[in-house]
Design a protein around this ligand. Structure first.
Ligand code: EPU
Length: 435
């Protein structure tokens, strides 16, 4: 028996209303969990989302000796003082790409780390060459033993000048974190500028790190010693991917929807594209209101290419592709980050969208086309949520298998969507229909 989301479509009606709260950033919290290994004392974190990936990360940390205590909703205390194991449990590590964020802190703390090729959503090759090359420059010896990578720097890491050939969120973060406890100064060039990177760096600086210009392409880290939290709490930033996805949903099916507890500045480009398309959007410091459905003219098409921050985030490419199926005219979407992140569009075509895939990275969408309900299989976290959005605007009842994948990224998604008027239930399902 499997479970699935069952969604009654609105057949194009724009009736959703109310407030949808945004939770803490998945990809911020995961890295903050990993960074706990840089500390001598316990680190307190708040605004941590209650999602499966956090549970996996907590398991991984426990398996290496970190004590992980949930102290209330979204609040965790992580104490690394009994951490001792340097081998990442392959079973857990393979479930999640974010396991690589532990490499840097473990190598910096113990001079050794062993890990399998990291898992995660299949979006393309997702290599780890930048990590290997970066840590080699910092003095680590890297080998492959028993299907695991082993990195050793028994005398500690040393500062290095590292130029990333492509901007990588994971490599920037974990090498930056390791450099905090390296000897000397590390310079990271062509670094990722995602807000999660800069926000955590700012907090680490409050705890004794000396990181300069995180959030710009050139980050300079002066090595220090272990960090001390001294009772401080790291408050994780709101999830900009949830924010952008809820915006796409509200623009398609909302009468008046407030996306609350977010940072509009982190989804600035998405907001501007929707406004150009004809969606009425107003922002405050931490809310985005989508309204005016009744007086709206046909939506205008637009094209975008995914890009490292502050460009258009690859993780909201799929919800925006769903949006463009309802715009009048032709739009082109170019996925520049991951080479296999457009496969889900075949299912949108089965729902009635007019999408031509030119190559692995580019599609053309002609709209508007009404969507029809379908039985779908969530292929990854983000395309999974895009299917939920497609099902909400479609005509008829859709069944979306693999809700567990969607749970990896979104806390209580059905409760939050139901509260603004989406008809969504989680059901046990057999092969052909709902039980
Ligand atoms: N890359 C390499 N070599 C490496 C590392 C990366 O060539 O050693 C390439 C990747 O193949 C990709 C590009 O660099 O083409 C960028 O990948 P990046 O390393 O930035 O991605 P990541 O750190 O693995 C994080 C998020 C992803 C998000 C990307 C891009 C986490 C846990 N994951 O992945 O989020 O799509 O950045 O913004 O932070 C998700 O949350 O669903 C998700 C996939």
């Amino acid at each position: 028996m499997r479970s699935a989301f069952v969604i009654e479509g609105l057949a194009g009606k724009q009736v959703l209303s109310g407030t949808i709260p945004v939770r803490g950033a998945k990809n911020g919290a995961l890295k903050a969990f990993a960074a706990s290994l840089l500390f001598d004392d316990a680190l307190r974190l708040s605004n941590v989302p209650d999602i499966a990936d956090i549970a996996h990360m907590a398991e991984l940390l426990r398996s290496i000796g970190v004590s992980v205590d949930e102290k209330g909703k979204g609040v965790y205390v992580l104490d690394p003082k009994n951490a001792e194991n340097t081998k990442l449990n392959p079973e857990h590590a393979k479930k999640m790409r974010a396991s690589v964020s532990l490499i840097g802190p473990l190598l910096a703390r113990f001079g050794e780390v062993s890990f399998p090729h990291p898992g995660g959503c299949v979006l393309g090759a997702r290599p780890i060459d930048l990590f290997v090359d970066g840590f080699r420059k910092m003095g680590a010896v890297v080998s492959e033993e028993n299907q695991a990578y082993v990195m050793r720097a028994p005398n500690g890491l040393r500062g290095a000048d590292i130029f990333f050939p492509v901007q990588s969120v994971g490599a920037t973060e974990t090498i930056m974190h390791a450099a905090i406890r390296a000897r000397g100064t590390t310079v990271l060039r062509n670094s990722a500028m995602e807000p999660e990177v800069a926000d955590l760096a700012e907090f680490l600086n409050e705890c004794g790190a000396r990181i300069e210009r995180a959030g710009t392409p050139t980050v300079v880290i002066h090595g220090t010693d272990a960090l001390r939290a001294n009772g401080k709490t790291y408050t994780n930033i709101p999830d900009r991917i949830e924010t952008g996805s809820f915006l796409a949903l509200a623009a398609l099916a909302g009468d008046e929807v407030v996306v609350a507890g977010c940072n509009p500045e982190h989804v600035r480009l998405a907001i501007e594209l929707l406004q150009k398309s004809g969606v009425s959007i107003e922002t405050t410091e931490n809310t985005i209101t989508v309204s005016g459905a009744k007086s709206r003219k046909p939506l205008k098409p637009f094209s975008f290419r995914t890009h490292e921050y502050p460009g258009f985030a690859t993780d909201i490419q799929a919800p925006f592709t769903v949006f463009l199926t309802q715009a009048q005219g032709e739009s082109v979407v170019f996925e520049t980050i991951f080479e296999d992140r457009l496969q889900y569009t075949q299912d949108l075509t089965r729902m009635g969208a007019d999408i031509t895939q030119w190559n692995r990275r580019e599609i053309m969408i002609k709209g508007p086309t009404p969507l029809r309900a379908r039985t779908l299989e969530a292929p990854d976290i983000r395309a999974g949520l895009a299917f939920v959005i497609a099902a909400v605007i479609a005509e008829g009842t859709s069944t979306i298998f693999n809700p567990e994948l969607i749970d990896r990224g979104y806390e209580d998604i059905e409760e939050r969507l139901s509260a603004i008027g989406v008809s969504i239930r989680r059901k046990a399902v057999n092969g052909s229909g709902v039980v």
